[in-house]
Design a protein. Structure first.
Lengths: 163, 636
């Protein structure tokens, strides 16, 4: 009986694996999570700074997102933009192909694109899908660089690139 | 926490802070017993001891306390905190190692300043550039409780998880994924299930708060784990939310021993809300209820706190609902595109109007991504196919013809409470008995379905006792240690395996003369397929295996295997029907095969009560015996 109860308790714990793992911290990647806790040193702040780079599973696009935010490319992107693109490259690809969606809207918002220019941005990116995603093997950084190039060709959209 | 060192009270002479003022503040705090104010107790994560009047803090990292006895003495901690605030200004530009205690303990400072009305002339306020920059990035204005619901086909996830999202003032429905969310969890560093279980039970993991963009969390919960998310907007003022952010800042690097059953993710988020508004005292409400969905109920139950819920369907839900909304031609196209048997420029695609074609392509791409994430499709194939589909989608100048996903009628927080107590009367082969049962958690097939995933259930530590009219005073009829069922219907698109397992103690009627039966231990499980014929019915066929053993071992100790057929039909959110037939070959010394038929139906009244009727006919070795049983169950 006692054995059974303790076995049952132990099994109940296994049930909680998913829950604890929800929050399991991996080594901190680059990206905003790092800058968020900038100035903090030691292991504990890294736990807090954790971004889920590397724990977000495979995405169909973007195998090289691991370096995102670690090198200074001449891209449009703030840390917030990069982190969004890296974590949600599949969703971003889909939204650009559709010309709508929350990932695209959030990208526009993070790039501080005014509401009245967002439709133009969405249509422009949609029309250039195959330039932004030239293959199924692109990195989030490449995608952001291409988005910057596409927007730079449009006088209205170009002014959002200085950020 | 860097070096948030304790000042010794004899602050540097060049510093204008006034030692006499410190003594006056300490006296004031003591006079008003601020150390036992709900606000201070929440800031220190203090909870009452099991016995007596004293308290202890749940925080286990020594660096959190400024007083040596701080973990057990909130008054000593308060005094030490006030003393630390009088420390001389730090050199440098405010990076971590030079953080002033007023900054390191930002929420304490804010709360005490309000309570005691600090005079800035006698206690100069220190700049906190590192904190300001951090809080500015989070930019919180409101708070939303996030509850990722159970995943299909993973009943373990029924216990759920909670997060707190810190919303921005200017966010919209579309840009809310840019806001930050607070998670509380443990760094386990292992995927070893046993080690995990042991450490989780004994507090061997250190739980900490973490902050991440909401889009990283939705990616995990909506796209990878396919859990629907419920977002509960809470009525915290911007000032209260600011206090939460301050507290998060002072909690960084601090940890508590993580116990799966009580000091878990949900519990610690409640402290955050208590810090924001001490009068809520949510941590007390959770002392008896430890399941995350119960913390959601506790929060929503507070007067005026709940402002409305938003349903965020998972990737799988969107695929399922979207597919149902397509025309038959659209469905055939979506399937063909996802499987790679049709190309986006095929005549079948061209035959559809642009909006229908766009919808089919979008769904096909979602399905390809979904199958890659479930491991059913290799990444190389999936990436190529998804890219081709999206490129084709970008050339269609129309919005997809897809309706928004409807919000379920009953949210998880509106489902029945997790604990159940039942009283029953029955007849076993004409012999009357009375029965009582108690189950701390969580949900079985006949409990009201509203708010739960149909076909999914967990029983945990469910006891059932009986008293036969002419028998011994009380007998244990059954103890289900853990029982899990996951009967998920297969569709053309999604093909999950159904499975169940059960471990516990039950009775086996091996002789007609001993109707109480032999007490045996059971470990069994099965796997198979489920289908739905109508809207809500689930028909399942499984192949089961198990081992049993106990009293009368020659007749009960055996390895068992055999088929089972079952029907679960939650006719409404409150009424369910079940039927089950089972045959088992038993391999033991003197064992005989067994079979069973069982029917059940239930009717719920509100969230708190249900009645059910069960009828069974079974031969467990002692000849066919019938059982009739009626229950009244209360949920609490």
């Amino acid at each position: 009986m006692k054995l059974f109860v303790s076995t049952a308790l132990a099994m109940g714990l296994v049930v909680g694996v998913a829950q604890l793992q929800d929050a399991r911290a991996e080594s901190t990647g680059c990206g905003l999570g790092t800058t968020l806790w900038e100035g903090k040193s030691g292991i504990a702040p890294q736990v807090l700074a954790v971004t889920t780079n590397g724990t977000l599973g495979n995405q169909t696009f973007g195998i090289t997102t691991g370096t995102l935010g670690c090198n200074q490319n001449d891209v449009i992107a703030s840390a917030e933009v990069r982190q969004l693109a890296a974590a949600n490259l599949d969703n971003l690809a889909k939204d650009i192909a559709r010309g709508e969606g929350e990932t695209l809207a959030s990208l526009a918002s993070a790039m501080k694109v005014d509401g009245q220019d967002q439709d133009l941005m969405f249509v422009t990116l949609k029309g250039n899908f195959t330039r932004i995603f030239p293959s199924d093997d692109v990195s989030a950084d490449d995608v952001l660089v291409s988005i910057g190039q596409v927007m730079a060709e449009n006088a209205t959209l170009a002014r959002y690139l200085e950020a | 926490m860097g070096t948030a060192h304790v000042a010794d009270g004899t602050a540097g002479t060049a510093y204008p802070a006034d030692p006499a003022y410190l003594q006056s503040l300490i006296a004031q705090a003591s006079e008003r017993d601020l150390a036992h104010h709900p606000g201070w107790l929440a800031l220190g994560h203090y909870r009452p001891d099991w016995y007596g009047e004293s308290v202890h803090s749940l925080v286990d990292s020594p660096g959190f306390f400024l007083a040596g006895r701080g973990k057990y003495h909130p008054e000593a901690e308060l005094e030490a905190t006030l003393r630390a605030f009088f420390a001389p200004p730090v050199a440098g530009d405010g990076d971590d190692d030079a953080q002033h205690p007023q900054c390191a303990y930002k929420a304490r400072y804010g709360w005490l300043k309000e309570e005691l009305g600090f005079d800035p002339a006698r206690l100069p306020e220190q700049p906190c550039p590192a904190f300001e920059e951090w809080a500015g990035t989070i930019d919180a204005d409101a708070a939303t409780l996030i509850f990722p619901a159970a995943y299909m086909n993973n009943p373990a996830s029924m216990f759920g998880h909670t997060l707190l999202r810190l919303d921005r003032a200017d966010q919209t429905e579309d840009t809310r994924i840019l806001s930050y969310a607070v998670n509380y969890g443990a760094e386990t560093g292992t995927d070893n299930g046993l080690l995990f279980a042991v450490l989780g039970l004994t507090g061997g993991y250190a739980g900490t708060y973490s902050v991440a963009p909401y889009h990283e969390l939705t990616r995990r919960y909506s796209d990878i784990e396919n859990r629907d998310i419920y977002e509960y907007r809470l009525d915290f003022t911007p000032a209260e939310v600011a206090r939460m952010v301050e507290h998060l800042w002072e909690m960084q690097g601090q940890w508590s021993e993580y116990y799966f059953f009580d000091e878990n993710c949900s519990y610690q988020l409640l402290f955050l809300m208590d810090v924001a508004r001490p009068s809520l005292d949510l941590a007390s409400a959770f002392d008896v209820h430890v399941i995350p969905v119960e913390s959601v109920r506790a929060v929503l139950g507070r007067e005026g706190l709940f402002q409305g819920a938003v349903f965020r369907p998972s990737g799988q839900t969107r695929i399922r609902e979207g597919f149902d909304a397509l025309t038959p031609e659209g469905q055939a196209l979506a399937r063909g595109l996802a499987e790679g048997t049709l190309a986006p420029d095929s005549p079948e695609a061209a035959a559809l109007p642009p909006a229908g074609r766009a919808a089919a392509i979008e769904l096909a791409q979602s399905l390809v991504t979904y199958r890659m994430e479930t491991g059913d499709l290799a990444r190389d194939t999936a990436a190529d196919r998804a890219w081709t589909l999206l490129a084709a989608r970008s050339r269609i100048d129309a919005k997809a013809d897809l309706p928004p996903v409807e919000t379920p009628a009953t949210r998880p927080d509106q489902g029945h409470d997790s604990a159940r107590f039942g009283a029953g009367l029955g007849l076993r082969d004409g012999r009357p008995f009375a029965a009582l049962r108690l189950r701390p958690a969580y949900h079985d097939d006949l409990d009201p379905t509203g708010g739960y995933v149909p076909g999914a259930g967990i029983d945990f530590l469910a006891f059932e006792f009986r008293h036969y009219d002419d028998g011994p005073a009380i007998t244990l009829e059954k103890l289900t240690g853990v029982g899990i069922r996951s009967m998920t219907p297969r569709t053309e698109l999604l093909q999950p395996i159904s499975w169940w397992l059960n471990t516990g103690i039950e009775r086996l009627r091996v002789r007609r003369t001993a109707e109480e039966g032999a007490l045996i231990g059971v470990f069994e499980g099965g796997a198979g397929l489920s289908y739905g014929v109508g809207e809500r019915d689930i028909w399942s066929a499984t192949l089961d295996m198990g081992i049993t053993g106990g009293e009368d071992c020659d007749q009960t100790c055996s390895v068992n295997a055999g088929p089972a057929l079952s029907l679960l039909w939650p006719v409404t959110d409150h009424a369910s029907l079940t039927a089950k037939a089972r045959y088992q070959l038993r391999f033991g010394e003197k064992t005989r095969d067994r079979w069973a038929l069982r029917f059940g139906q239930s009717l719920g009244f509100g969230r708190g009560m249900a009645v059910r009727l069960e009828a069974g006919l079974a031969d467990e070795g002692g000849g066919a015996q019938e059982e009739l049983l009626t229950w009244v169950d209360w949920y609490f």
